[in-house]
Design a protein around this ligand. Structure first.
Ligand code: ADP
Length: 445
């Protein structure tokens, strides 16, 4: 067994392709969300199912009992605190577990229970008396593989004969090692080497092949081809399971090369909207005036948790210094932090240790901090040419008004440029943003 303590140091020490920035970013965001997530992400959206055989009835289960799992496995599921299947699991689990076994492509946003679903599917297929690989799982990075490995270990807690091997670069095996573990999880390059050049993993008896985080996977040069080559080594009747958080054309094309004749499940992401969000602006002369305005409204807004957005890391750092000087305890999230450090900052914020989180654009993209009820744009979002960036505006403040909760957004507007940007944002969403007098905060409530 490899000596992996499961600690996350720095995602930049990536397993493969250190120079692929985009891939690292996507993988980082994905990892961050996993590290800071404590519970299932709710989704009110209906599930869309396209069945390979449209005449077969569509089952969905409302309890784990209905799946007729091995008792040890069911015990493992309950031991993780799962009471009932999540939205996507209700449909995905019966589709994956029904005989004869069918292939599946599934898409839903992160946190909706995909990992738990395919881990359960893999574990339910393992014959623990056989000592050879039976399930393969591909992950885009070492760190993400570790996260999934942890879920496998937790869920199989009461199945002591099921063993897991990590096929990742850091895990150096002796020459001539032959894998006796039933489940192998790893990154595409290493796993391909282990199957072909090193003959550590025998792909000929694999029953389940999982490709996780497909959208992150294809962002890394080479991963796609390696995955396809691995797939070609597998037996004809191997079950292929393909998961992704998003589903652009490139992901769909990739899926079709890996997964013949699939069932398809999709759970669309909740649209971010500006409904339920009260939007205000405050006119300020300069950044000192913005800071003063922030202090004036601070008491009123920190009843809830607040995210404050700055355009640059320098501005964010400056603001943290000013706030700290006033005795406020605030968190700072910037791009220079490692993934582990960022996760820790978000964790503290989620636990309420800090009520205010100051951050820059780059950092906050794609990160779910569900309970935020107020957003302050200390700087308005602009694109490279200084024009209003309405999409980013929506991403920033769209996180406040979720699930019927009332959200609050306050924009600090500086100078003529600021007014013009605000005006463009108003036009874009066809919604007026109310003026607020920083000295008279009663209006907010
Ligand atoms: P995804 O793979 O879609 O990102 P995960 O499988 O990692 O989602 O699940 C997200 C979180 O929800 C994890 O903390 C996981 O332990 C939890 N979770 C998954 N399924 C259930 C369930 N049926 N009931 C309760 N919690 C669940």
């Amino acid at each position: 067994s490899p000596k992996l303590d499961g600690t996350i140091n720095d995602c930049k020490k990536n397993d493969e392709d250190d120079d692929n920035d985009l891939a690292i970013n996507k993988a980082e965001v994905s990892l961050l969300n996993k590290l800071v997530r404590q519970s299932l992400e709710e989704s009110r959206h209906n599930i869309e199912v396209k069945q390979r055989d449209p005449n077969s009835p569509l089952y969905s289960v409302h309890s784990f009992e209905e799946l007729h799992l091995m008792p040890e496995l069911l015990k493992g599921v309950y031991n993780m605190g799962f009471n009932r299947p999540s939205r996507i699991q209700e449909t995905a689990l019966p589709l994956m577990l029904a005989r004869p076994f069918h292939n599946l492509i599934a898409q839903s946003q992160s946190g909706t229970g995909k990992t738990a679903a395919f881990v359960l599917a893999m574990l339910s297929r393992v014959d623990a008396t056989q000592h050879h690989p039976q399930c393969l799982c591909l992950s885009p990075t070492f760190e993400l593989a570790l996260q999934t490995g942890k879920v496998i270990e937790q869920m199989s807690k009461f199945c002591p004969d099921i063993k897991l091997l990590y096929a990742i670069r850091g895990n150096r095996l002796d020459r001539g090692t032959v894998c006796t573990e039933q489940i192998v999880i790893g990154t595409p390059g290493t796993l391909l080497d282990w199957c072909t050049k090193l003959h550590i993993v025998d792909p000929r008896n694999i029953k389940v092949f999982v490709l996780d985080e497909a959208d992150v996977m294809i962002a890394t040069q080479g991963h796609k081809d390696q995955s396809i080559r691995i797939k070609k080594l597998l037996p004809e009747d191997c079950q292929m399971l393909f998961f992704s958080a998003t589903f652009e054309d490139s992901v769909w094309n990739f899926a079709q090369r890996i997964v013949p004749d699939p069932n398809v499940i999709r759970l669309r992401r909740d649209e971010e909207t500006l409904v339920n969000i009260k939007q205000y602006f405050i006119v300020c002369r300069d950044r000192n005036a913005k800071f003063q305005a922030l202090c004036n409204i601070y008491g009123a807004i920190t009843i809830a948790q607040v995210m404050i957005f700055c355009e640059t890391r320098r501005m964010a750092t400056w603001l943290v210094e000013q706030m700290s000087r006033e005795g406020h305890q605030v968190g700072l999230l910037t791009g220079e932090l490692t993934v582990g450090q960022r996760a820790a900052v978000i964790q503290r914020f989620k636990e309420g240790k800090e009520k205010v989180l100051i951050t820059t654009n780059v950092c906050a993209r794609g990160i779910d901090v569900a309970q935020v009820t107020a957003v302050i744009n200390f700087d308005l979002p602009v694109d490279r040419s200084g024009r209003a960036d309405s999409e980013t505006y929506l991403h920033r403040i769209g996180r406040t008004g979720r699930f019927g909760k009332q959200g609050l957004a306050i924009n600090m507007v500086e100078g003529e440029d600021g007014r013009r940007i605000l005006h463009d944002i108003e036009q874009h969403f066809n919604k007026t943003i109310q003026k607020l007098d920083a000295d008279d905060i009663d209006e907010i409530e």
